[in-house]
Design a protein around this ligand. Structure first.
Ligand SMILES: Cc1cc2nc3c(=O)[nH]c(=O)nc-3n(C[C@H](O)[C@H](O)[C@H](O)COP(=O)(O)O)c2cc1C
Length: 171
């Protein structure tokens, strides 16, 4: 059976958490990515930017807003080089200003996803998937983008059974 690839971006450091700012050692989206891997198997690929986003929540908010406004494509450190080995690709990200962080645009525009099944998951503080699924359909040219899973970031740690059931049903 073809393997799954689980691509995600997740930011450690200060984050907005149930109405206040808290520093987290492991990103919310990373937790979900690990639950997906545990449920359905596959390889994890973490997206990392050449220029790190600030660990300060308020600074990062501004950085991300500027990138979105400028439709930027921030450089990333690496791309998966064996995308042809996978049919199903889970794509995980935090909701940033209503869509995916722009570094995910950088990545997804470069990958050849023709004929692949893309399954999104998104952590957020209340905006759900925002316009990310619509944006994914434009970015993942030739792929089938399935309905995604939205997880409240502050509940990521305790969401294993929900994530596991969804991931198994999605493939
Ligand atoms: C730059 C930035 C922008 C954000 N914008 C939104 C937003 O528009 N809507 C929302 O619900 N949450 C927003 N959040 C909260 C994150 O989506 C949420 O905390 C998420 O779980 C973080 O995931 P991570 O720990 O994997 O990076 C934002 C967070 C950051 C840092």
């Amino acid at each position: 059976m073809a393997k799954n690839l689980i691509i995600y971006y997740s930011r450690k450091g200060e984050n907005y958490w149930n109405g206040s700012i808290k520093s987290i050692a492991k990103g919310n989206t990373e937790r979900i990515a690990e639950f997906v891997q545990k449920a359905v198997g596959g390889d994890l690929f973490e997206v990392d930017t050449v220029k790190p986003y600030s660990a300060s929540y308020m600074t990062c908010i501004d950085e991300a807003k500027k990138e979105l406004r400028e439709d930027a494509r921030p450089e990333i450190k690496a791309y998966p080089n064996n995308i042809g080995d996978y049919d199903t690709i889970f794509v995980g990200y935090p909701n940033w200003w209503g869509t995916l962080p722009m570094c995910m645009f950088t990545l997804l525009e470069k990958l050849d996803l023709k004929g692949k099944t893309v399954i999104p998951f998104c952590t957020n503080e209340g905006s759900g998937m925002g316009s990310s699924e619509r944006d994914l359909k434009k970015l993942c040219v030739g792929a089938t983008v399935k309905n995604g899973l939205s997880v409240h970031g502050a509940e990521a740690e305790n969401s294993e059974s929900k994530v596991s059931a969804w991931a198994k049903k999605s493939i």
